[in-house]
Write a protein that binds this ligand. Structure first.
Ligand code: KG4
Ligand code: ZN
Length: 413
């Protein structure tokens, strides 16, 4: 399913925010409002309420993870059915936990792009239903922008900042100039890292180990890698080392890992549910190779930002977000890079790195405070399977041809 997820998320559609009807600033001048956030772009039905001080009042998330683990991936029809079943109870519980009713809500923020169309449609329809019934404006949210901005909720991060978004559907490097101004420096040309972790974990049969049976692929790979006894047993190449841009490619790594796995399975004559004895070492090799690739591209992005004065030298900040940002090995390696380059590094709390309703409510508040995209005519609102993060600087990055020698990552697994 992740292929589908990646396809629909490929960012090649024009910015559409202009088609929304912007309400006058009178809306944003109101104080003490509560924002209800709704997220249904993939397989989590998330909902949260944030007040105008940015305080989280309540949060409920219904995850479909276990169902999709059993099915070997996300089946869009099933995801939609589950969103339909859980959207109302999730919103109701969120209001109850905050001790509020819909009358106390000032605006509804909802993810409209990018994502699985069948899943996005459930959130949009429910938000429109609430908006009409209770006469509340809707604030449309871009899922990936929300992943980036939520880091500002608990950390003192000012604009502009560099962001690395790594999840099951995306791999992006961008400069965030403002709430509504994103400059894309690089993106994955094939798979996203979370998608590769999920696929490799499934193929390695990690789910057959009771300890990993309820974990997502990325978490299972990270845990298995931490038990490696010979992490340098398998040698994996550095992807795109000849390409002086900030794009990513993870399919080559995935193929190499699958090849080593197959070879070892034949060598050990493994059957059905059995794992290869070297599974921890192979997980370590894959985690280290993915990390090297992410660090290498981020290092070049930092150099591009410096050359082009996109980020002030006196306040250099890197935000890492998306589900894969939960990975402590990857984050520690990026921390080392930031030490070398005088960047401060931040990531949201793990619960806010993966998909959730809080980031949608937070993005809604950031837009509300600036009077952006506050919509009362819902006829202009629609979902979009794919959508660009913002202005693309990918060609400029490529033209700059910055030679970047990968920093030595002195980190034991
Ligand atoms: O952001 P997210 O919840 O959903 C998408 O928008 O894709 O990210 C989910 C992805 C999954 O592919 C999962 O395997 C990965 O994040 N993930 C991790 C870890 N925890 C979750 N990957 C590596 N290490 C982890 N600890
Ligand atoms: Zn996400």
């Amino acid at each position: 399913m992740n292929i589908l997820k990646r396809l629909i998320c490929s960012p090649f559609v024009n910015n559409v925010s202009k088609q929304y009807i912007f309400k006058p600033r009178s809306y944003s001048n109101k104080r003490n409002i509560n924002i209800l956030g709704i997220e249904t772009s993939c397989d989590d039905t998330g909902c949260a309420i944030i007040n105008s001080n940015g305080k989280l009042l309540s949060e409920v998330c219904h995850s479909q993870n276990l169902m999709h683990l059993r099915n070997g991936g996300i089946i869009p029809d099933i995801a939609q059915d589950l969103h339909r079943t859980y959207i109302e109870p999730t919103v109701t519980k969120t209001l109850q936990e905050a001790k509020l009713t819909m009358e106390d809500i000032g605006a509804i923020a909802v993810t409209l792009k990018p994502g699985l169309p069948l899943s996005l449609a459930v959130g949009m329809k429910y938000a429109k239903h609430l908006g009409r019934r209770y006469n509340k404006p809707i604030i449309p949210i871009h899922h990936m922008q929300a992943h980036a901005l939520v880091a500002r909720m608990h950390h003192d991060i000012t604009f502009p900042f560099l962001v690395l978004l790594i999840s099951g559907g995306h791999c992006l490097l961008a400069v965030v100039q403002d709430v509504d101004h994103f400059q894309l420096l690089g993106e994955s040309m094939d798979s996203a890292p979370g998608e590769v972790f999920d696929k490799v974990a499934r193929r390695m049969k990690l789910r057959n180990v009771p300890e990993y049976s309820q974990m997502c692929g990325g978490q299972a790979v990270e845990t298995a890698a931490s038990k490696a006894t010979n992490p340098h047993m398998f040698k994996l190449p550095l992807p795109l080392s000849e390409y002086r841009d900030c794009n990513f490619s993870l399919n080559g790594l995935k193929t190499s890992v699958m090849f080593h796995l197959f070879k070892k399975e034949v060598e050990h004559n493994t059957v059905a549910h059995e794992l290869i004895p070297e599974v921890n070492d192979l997980c370590a090799a894959m985690l280290m190779a993915t990390t090297r690739h992410l660090v290498h591209r981020t290092q070049r992005a930092m150099e591009f930002c410096k050359e082009n004065k996109l980020i002030p030298e006196e306040r250099q900040q890197l935000v890492v977000s998306g589900g894969v940002a939960c990975n402590n090995y990857i984050f520690s390696a990026l921390q080392m890079l930031c030490n070398e380059t005088c960047y401060n590094i931040y990531r949201p709390y793990p619960k806010l790195c993966t998909d959730n309703g809080v980031m949608i409510a937070w993005n809604g508040l950031e837009k509300w405070n600036k009077g952006l995209d506050i919509v009362t005519d819902f006829s202009s609102l629609d979902i979009e399977a794919s959508s660009p993060l913002g202005e693309s600087l990918i060609e400029q990055v490529r033209a700059a041809k910055i030679a970047t020698k990968l920093m030595k990552i002195k980190l034991s697994i």
